[in-house]
Design a protein around this ligand. Structure first.
Ligand SMILES: Cc1cc2nc3c(=O)[nH]c(=O)nc-3n(C[C@H](O)[C@H](O)[C@H](O)COP(=O)(O)OP(=O)(O)OC[C@H]3O[C@@H](n4cnc5c(N)ncnc54)[C@H](O)[C@@H]3O)c2cc1C
Length: 415
């Protein structure tokens, strides 16, 4: 651990580790020294990592995120354990509307990719660990307890085991997740609305292969998604994200596997086959949280600490990854202009460019969620007509597919 870094990233989760990977190629040429501080112990090399960011969940990566990981140089490894989404099937329980999107019809290799968070974590952390550089320190396990500005620098306070340390840097990136304690400590307010729902996640197996189909199903109790995963141990697997009202979450978690699969069939139907096995279940409270202030002199709030979304549209991490690229772009520019990485005008400019993307993405997932959670008969009729119309209207489907793939805007380019 050095006493001074140009940049300190708090949180080595999916977003913090992605930012460090994105900066690696320019550390030498820009004369940058960076540190990533993570409170959970770094897992053994080659072992799957168990930490909040890399738990049993899976993430649907938009096609645009593939481009970003290709530019970082991690895609070739990442793709060895991914499932491509070739088709998406959208339906509304108890109603007639159905929409089907297909990679073939959209003339792309895949509509997106599903990666297990543990695999993504392992690939990112191994990439950082194997870096042949003294310019990157992974300080772990270490807990950041405070951030303070002093003169022209930032001070970062941390504890490793029982020892206290202080680091100085030009810029602190807070990638410490949705429950960021540093956000409170720094007096950064946020706007939060609860969906009064939990996401129950589990890996489930059916008696037939998923054929690379991702299902999005809206029900009167909340939406659910079933995403294709790699087969394992002779089982066809899919990742289930099942939104349930807060008051039902204990019931859904507490029942035995057979009862869980029966309930799942009742809500989801049999379009993916007969469920025969279910893995460990976990649940996440669902809230829309947006930090009111995402940049300050010497500070950037990134990833879930800046914005956490309803997971059903699979947009939260993809949005954060676009933020990572925009931040790298800003930092490269700052160095080339001989400016401090913490320069407020530059950081404000970074945020202003991000704001439109954030508002669009958050608005899309929030509106989709509310539209499909409403049982008002006229709304239900309207959305089912909409789904049906989409199904027979190729240009409209192309617009939807491109937006789901993150292709409705140019893929951001890493400098
Ligand atoms: C059920 C579910 C399904 C989802 N599916 C999708 C999807 O399909 N597609 C998609 O795009 N998004 C999805 N998301 C969103 C995605 O999971 C998040 O965007 C992503 O996890 C955010 O990562 P993060 O690194 O910002 O935060 P986190 O994953 O919370 O990581 C924060 C890290 O910071 C560390 N940390 C915290 N405090 C400190 C401290 N004081 N000192 C040091 N370290 C600290 C933590 O240990 C952790 O490792 C889903 C979310 C949920 C809940």
């Amino acid at each position: 651990m050095k006493e001074y870094y140009d940049l300190v990233i708090v949180g080595g989760g999916m977003v913090g580790a992605s930012l460090a990977c994105a900066l690696m190629p320019v550390l030498e040429s820009l004369d940058l020294n960076i540190a990533v501080i993570e409170s959970y112990p770094l897992p053994e090399e080659e072992a799957l990592s168990f930490q909040p960011s890399y738990d049993a969940r899976s993430t649907a990566l938009a096609y645009g995120s593939r481009t970003i990981y290709e530019q970082m140089g991690v895609w070739d490894v990442l793709k060895t354990h991914l499932s491509a989404i070739k088709n998406i099937h959208v339906s509304d329980k108890g109603h007639f509307g159905v929409t089907r999107l297909s990679a073939e019809k959209e003339k792309v290799a895949a509509l997106g990719y599903v990666v297990e968070n543990q695999w993504l974590g392992r690939v990112l952390l191994d990439h950082l660990r194997r870096a042949d550089t003294t310019r990157l320190d992974f300080i772990c396990p270490a807990n950041v307890t405070g951030i303070q500005s002093s003169a022209s620098l930032m001070e970062v306070f941390l504890t490793t085991e029982s020892t206290k340390h202080k680091l100085n840097c030009e810029l602190v990136v807070m990638a410490d997740g949705g429950r960021s304690s540093l956000r409170e400590q720094m007096g950064i307010s946020y706007t939060q609305t609860t969906y009064e729902q939990h996401a129950v996640i589990a890996n489930v197996s059916a008696d037939r292969g998923h054929q690379n189909v991702a299902y999005e199903r809206f029900t009167d109790k909340g939406p659910m998604a079933l995403l294709p995963l790699e087969d394992e141990g002779g089982y066809h697997r899919s990742a289930l994200v099942w939104t349930v009202p807060d008051e039902s979450v204990d019931d859904v978690l507490g029942i035995d596997d057979q009862a869980f699969m029966a309930l799942l069939h009742e809500r989801f139907g049999y379009r993916a086959g007969n469920f025969i096995k279910v893995g460990e279940r976990a649940s996440y409270p669902l809230k829309l949280t947006v930090a009111d202030e995402q940049v300050r002199q010497g500070v950037v709030v990134l990833g879930n600490a800046a914005h956490s979304l309803h997971p059903i549209a699979g947009q939260g991490f993809n949005l954060a990854l676009r933020g990572v690229v925009a931040l790298v772009d800003t930092l490269v520019y700052a160095k080339k202009q001989n400016k401090s990485l913490g320069d407020l005008a530059l950081l404000q400019n970074f945020y202003d460019r991000q704001k439109g993307d954030q508002e669009r993405t958050i608005g899309f997932s929030d509106r989709t969620m509310k539209l499909f959670s409403n049982n008002q008969p006229l709304l239900a009729l309207g959305r089912n007509l909409g789904l049906q119309l989409l199904d027979v209207c190729p240009p409209a489907k192309t617009v939807l597919a491109r937006s789901a793939m993150g292709l409705d805007m140019p893929a951001p380019e890493l400098k």
